[in-house]
Design a protein around this ligand. Sequence first.
Ligand code: ZN
Length: 390
Amino acid sequence: MHRDVTTTVRVKLHSLTERKTRLVEREYSAFQGAVHGDDDANLYSATKQQAGKVRSNKNPREDTDQPVVLRNDCITIEHDEDTVLSSWWFKLPVYNPEKERGDSVWVPVQVPKKDTHLLRDEYIGDSELVYRDGEWYVHLVYNRSVAVADEYDDVLAVDMGAKWIAVSTFLSDRDTQFHGAEVRCVREHYKQLRKSIGKAKVRSGAQVIERLGDKESRTVEHELHQVANELVARARERNAVIVFGDMTGLRFDNDKGRYVNDKTHKMPYAKMANILTYKSHLDGRECLPVEEHDTSVTCWRCGSEDTNREVQGRLECESCGLEDNADKNGASNIAKRAVGKNIQSPLSTVGAVVAQPETQVVLKGTNGEMEPANSPDDVGLTLGEGSPRL
Ligand SMILES: [Zn+2]
């Protein structure tokens, strides 16, 4: 079984000559003109087509900059150790006003070391030229198909954001771990974020993250990556499939190929779901959302909803007398739903078979998943996309 994983590698342009800088700036500014309605803007022809698409699909506001979309067949990245200036070079398509036609320039780029193995032309998709804080970047998009296992020996259920960033429980023995900082701190961060959105009246959450400053948003990002790494490593130990509670409003956006939130006010659930999913897929492991409705009020042992949570962090069942950690109870319900009955999207509906022993799970065919794999720490947080990715 295979999953599509899309990785964005952010490369930074450097040591541009005056002439190249002029050509890049001219192309960028002509693109801004084109997406905002200037039909006579001179652009590389394929890029001009892309500008038309951005204009009709996004109808971007006058005061927003749009990344220049570079069609995949017009760009190339090459490694060349022999040059003094740079060991990586990117071929950027531009309109050349002197020649009055489309042209291209080779520009020196810095590539994050850990991503260099990805940089092969055959995987490259449509990419973006982005300008941020006085620097030029290209977001190179790589589409790859990775193999994920069909058979698993256990289920690792993840409950996100109840009190901790994540609580994980194995279906087989309910072995439970609490991951990351208490989510209260993260929520506080997003509360501030929401205030800023209100004030600035900008459309994109990504822009607000820029306003809040890199350091703070990086801390949250970093935390989410850490937690996802822990979860994948934990699943690997037992050859477990990962399932996570699908938050209210979380849905898979097929156009964007990632999970999006309708509500982004509590915690970056969608972001966490995306990071966890692509890391899991890169580890050769399936990762699926499970309907989370009522898992926090249902007794994992007897299924009764006659429960109370009067004592902080504890759940008591009036029907069977269970007393349990509330988060552990929630995660256990997610695990049970993944393989059990009385759920809206059990693994069985996506082709999973539960074999002997009880927790062995066999999967067949579901959706692909995508998200940038390089942490923003690598080349600075660069969130150029138009839609919120909180
Ligand atoms: Zn019970």
